[in-house]
Design a protein around this ligand. Structure first.
Ligand code: HEC
Ligand code: HEC
Length: 511
């Protein structure tokens, strides 16, 4: 009764504060009950952020990036100026409510109501004895609407003096070759700006403007509003750069969860052997999420690669697969430059395509992680090579993660290119090898299970430590050119029949 009444008294100002914080982001301290916040914290946040708010909860060890240490009172995604440590409560509410994509920090809107969120925010602020409201707010000036001119101006500023490209790379894929650590000594990676679904906040120009203005505290991402910065940008310039960053988002090669079938297009000529050949554009790309391999021993939680795009072409004899994925580092064991930015033992970058050995009759597929004794799989595995050895491709027969046999690649070929943070690999194989007991024999018009694996050598990925997809389907679409001919013949026959009928009935109608 009492608690209910107390809560009711609070509701109107809380809603008002929440509303304003969400839509205006003002420096408004929301009323939060620390005691209730402590209880919620113990139940929902402690396992990651730790009992003392130091980011050392029991689950923290496996997380990359690690959970925030609240005892410093420093937050990454704030809309207050670079020289103001205190975030707005609205900034914290947003991260707690929506979560932080690309990290383990979940969004809590489904489990906590808004009052609970204000309460837990009041509690986490006590770890650093944060009080009161920030004195200054970010000056947005007049937002510059996006346009071709603004994007072009932003692109120039992004590259001038290597301002952003120094860390985010020539095409914004976060592949600039530098080893970055946050204030805590943990390895951090500049964001791949072409993948907005990995942004902790968003790639809306206003959010990007905020990041450029305030920087990302505790990381190496600096403020470009700091008058002491040699690379300082005016308000207008920051809007141009923000518009440019927003324009970098991939639109074609994005994951469309409804798309589970890779359509292989039939080609009359040769399968293009170069990954950069524009002929690959004839096949539509399908993009899939990859997840860390956490089901088989030994498990691995912190895989670096997160998506892979594939295109497929085939002709009378061969199938060709074009694989493309962003990898910030070209990992060449033996190369001093590659070694200097690697995290752990440097291994080769690699990718593999998995097929069942025999096409299943129905929708039954082999176990997704390298098959089993009853349903073996083939892995076509490409490795990037070292300073001593060239790139290579191998055929692996697998009956589970512990049962792998490498054999002669037969007619399997692979060729790669690495450019501005993106690997592209083309693999080809004859459709029919004649050895149906060990190789998949491709057939037109059948749904063929297919799955993918990728290893980032600079992240110490090798063996069972990798990223992977679940099974998808590959479909060799029967020649499109045959269909219009059949349709044309059918129409001709139909027209003929109608004419004959018309002629006959005209004759009977005639007086
Ligand atoms: C499964 C682990 C996990 C749980 C549970 C969790 N967090 Fe987090 N949290 C993280 C990680 C990881 C980060 C750091 C992300 C980063 O640095 O980009 C984070 C960051 C934060 C931040 C920092 C935002 C910023 O801008 O710097 C806040 C605030 C936060 N968490 C609050 C909470 C609250 C409140 C709860 C409980 C209701 C909670 N977290 C539960 C993992 C977790
Ligand atoms: C010295 C290296 C460095 C420079 C220079 C740099 N950044 Fe970053 N940037 C980073 C790092 C590191 C992160 C990731 C921080 C984190 O979340 O841990 C990042 C993250 C970002 C994000 C992600 C925001 C989000 O919501 O997740 C954006 C956008 C961004 N940077 C834009 C820029 C722009 C634009 C410039 C140039 C004006 C720039 N950066 C210059 C290192 C840098």
């Amino acid at each position: 009764m009492m608690a209910g009444g107390g809560l009711k008294k609070y509701l109107p100002p809380v809603f008002a504060a929440g509303f304003l914080a969400l839509y205006l982001g003002p420096a408004m301290a929301a009323p939060g009950d620390e005691e209730n916040g402590e209880a919620i914290y113990a139940k929902r946040c402690l396992q990651c952020h730790g009992e003392d708010g130091d980011g050392l909860g029991p689950a923290a060890e496996r997380l990359n990036p690690p959970p925030r240490d609240f005892t410093f009172g420093l937050y990454k995604f704030k809309s207050t100026p670079f020289d103001e440590d205190l975030p707005n409560d609205g900034d914290l509410l947003r991260m707690v409510r929506d979560g932080m994509p690309g990290t383990a920090m979940p969004g809590w809107s489904g489990l906590l109501n808004e009052q609970d969120m204000w309460d837990v925010i009041a509690y986490i602020k006590t770890f650093a004895e944060l009080e009161g409201e920030p004195e200054t707010q970010v000056d947005y000036g007049a937002q510059v609407a996006t346009s071709a001119e603004s994007i072009a101006a932003g692109k120039t500023l992004f590259h001038a003096d290597d301002r952003c490209s120094e860390c985010h790379g020539a095409e914004g894929k976060g592949d600039a070759i530098k080893k970055l650590k946050n204030d805590n000594g943990d390895r951090t990676w500049p964001r791949n700006l072409t993948k907005p679904w990995t942004f902790r906040a968003s790639n809306d120009p206003k959010d990007v403007f905020n990041r450029i203005t305030a920087g990302i505290p505790t990381t190496q991402m600096p403020s470009f509003a700091d008058p002491k910065s040699k690379k300082k940008l005016s308000i207008e310039e920051r809007w141009h750069v923000a518009n440019y960053v927003t324009s970098l988002a991939k639109t074609e090669k994005v994951v469309r969860p409804a798309n589970t079938v890779i359509q292989a297009a039939r080609l009359e000529g040769e399968i293009p052997s170069s990954p950069e050949d524009p002929a690959w554009d004839a096949a539509p790309p399908s993009t899939f999420f990859m997840v860390p391999q956490i089901v088989g021993e030994t498990r691995f939680f912190t895989a670096a690669n997160d998506t892979l795009s594939v295109r497929a072409l085939y002709n009378g004899d061969k199938i060709g697969l074009h694989l493309e994925w962003d990898d910030r580092t070209k990992s060449i064991p033996g190369d001093p430059k590659a070694l200097s930015i690697a995290d752990e033992d440097l291994t080769e970058d690699a990718v593999a395509v998995q097929f069942p050995v025999t096409l299943p009759a129905g929708m039954e597929k082999p176990y997704f992680l390298m098959g089993d004794a009853a349903k073996p799989v083939n892995l076509w595995r490409w490795s990037g090579g070292t300073t001593e050895e060239a790139e290579s491709v191998a055929m692996i027969d697998a009956m589970g993660i512990a049962e792998q046999q490498m054999r002669d690649a037969g007619g399997l070929t692979a060729k790669s290119s690495y450019k501005a943070g993106t690997w592209r690999v083309v693999m080809t194989r004859p459709l029919i090898t004649g050895a149906a007991d060990q190789d998949l024999q491709f057939e037109e018009g059948r749904f063929i299970p297919i799955a993918f694996f990728a290893w980032d050598g600079s992240n110490g990925e090798a063996g069972s430590h990798h990223a992977m997809t679940t099974w998808y389907w590959l479909l060799l679409k029967p020649s499109a050119s045959a269909r219009p001919i059949i349709a044309a013949i059918a129409v001709t026959l139909l027209l003929g029949a109608i004419l004959i009928w018309w002629g006959r009935s005209a004759r009977t109608r005639a007086p």
